[in-house]
Ligand binder design. Structure first.
Ligand code: SF4
Ligand code: SF4
Length: 378
């Protein structure tokens, strides 16, 4: 069977799904099983990182084993690994050499800056010690393409894309959070590859959807609908962090699925958002950001986005997870939660939807605050 591939940067062609390795780190056997399954369903792109514990060591062993068994040849994989920004040239060199050693590969195809989340990170890559590191990696021919993953602001992502320094980017682009879609389109227009970060997990825990979400998307599974939406938008590849064979079930069905949305899919998406709007009524936050700045630095739109998700779509577990990571994930997420609102009222007149922002924030805090959970990468 011939599998569809999409252009990824200047000279690569990747499968519509990308295997993310962060969840297959319990043992080398688990990684081998996941990698084998990925190769059998037509995936040729793997995303990994030193930050994912033993993932790169297990990956290196598994790639060799699959090659040795004649299941999938080593040179058919496209490998993307990542390094954290801000490192000194010498540290970065050491880390890159370690990636090659751990994965047992002579080179990796793509190197992404892992979490280009601040303007300082971008300056590091464009003017600081990152310039030497990235240039060295390409001159030594141990890396073909340079890219970035970002959880940062839209202004930062736009500037990063416009720098023309990068061949690809990994972004949060989701059916239930489409704010970064114009940036993905900008990157695609420039010939960059675009990876959607974990639509199943970061897209709203769609691997275990709420009853409400299942009903709103019926007869299509919410994750399948989310995948189809992103693929129909032309996103190069969707990251899938598999831990077991059954995690590939929907991707297997959609591995060649590049067609525009069908009438039924469009109707399901329309119903999904109509139902959400009905539930939110006059409390829907339009994400216009007019309410900012808040003197207490409360990230009002981000917090009310979580409220939109749990009230509108029943994404309680996802909203709780995100809310309780606030202040615990450094530059990866927000620093201040809704409890910092002192009800000064400065934001009230700025909201074109006339939302009672302090009241909604207080409700959101009471609903979502919980014991903190361990953070997963990506
Ligand atoms: S009412 Fe709360 S959210 Fe609004 S500006 Fe004042 S502190 Fe910020
Ligand atoms: S101004 Fe109102 S609608 Fe716009 S992001 Fe702020 S709270 Fe939401």
């Amino acid at each position: 069977m011939k599998f569809k591939r999409r252009n990824f940067g200047s000279n690569q062609k990747v499968s519509l799904f990308t295997l993310g390795t962060m969840r297959a780190v319990e043992s080398a056997e688990q990684m081998f099983m996941v990698l084998k399954e990925a190769s059998l369903i037509g995936i040729n792109h793997i995303e990994t990182a030193p930050a994912y514990g033993p993932a790169e060591i297990f990956l290196g062993e598994s790639i060799k084993k699959l090659d040795f068994k004649g299941i999938f040849s080593q040179d058919k994989w496209i490998i993307t690994s990542k390094i954290l920004p801000g490192q000194k040239f010498s540290e970065g060199k050491q880390q890159l050499k370690k990636i090659l050693k751990d994965t047992c590969l002579p080179k990796i195809d793509n190197l992404a800056i892992h979490g280009l989340n601040t303007f300082n990170h971008l300056a590091w890559a464009l003017e600081g010690e990152g310039v030497d590191l990235l240039r060295w990696a390409q001159e030594e021919e141990i890396v073909d393409q340079i890219g970035f993953s970002s959880h940062g602001s839209q202004g930062l992502i736009r500037e990063s894309i416009d720098s023309n320094r990068f061949h690809f980017c990994s972004l949060h682009i989701h059916l239930l959070n489409q704010a970064n879609l114009p940036l993905a389109n900008l990157a695609l227009k420039k010939g960059m590859g675009v990876l959607a970060i974990s639509p199943a997990d970061k897209g709203g825990h769609l691997h275990s959807p709420s009853k409400q979400l299942i009903e709103d998307c019926w007869p299509i599974h919410p994750l399948q609908l989310a995948y189809r939406f992103l693929l129909s938008e032309g996103i190069s590849s969707l990251t899938l962090g598999a831990a077991k064979a059954k995690d590939f079930a929907i991707a297997k069905k959609l591995i060649n699925s590049i067609d525009p949305l069908t009438k039924v899919e469009k109707a399901c998406i329309k119903n999904l958002f109509n139902q959400s709007k009905l539930r939110l009524g006059k409390t829907f936050c339009g994400q216009c950001r007019e309410c900012l700045p808040c003197p207490q630095n409360v990230p009002i739109p981000e917090l009310l986005k979580l409220r939109n998700l749990y009230v509108g779509h029943g994404l309680n577990s996802f909203a709780k997870e995100r809310y309780n990571l606030i202040g615990r994930a450094g530059h990866w997420w927000e620093e201040v939660n809704a409890s910092s609102c002192n009800e000064c009222g400065e934001c009230l007149d700025r909201c074109p939807h006339n939302l009672n922002i302090p009241e909604l924030l207080s409700e959101t805090h009471l609903k979502l605050i919980d014991n903190s959970k361990r953070r997963l990468w990506g």
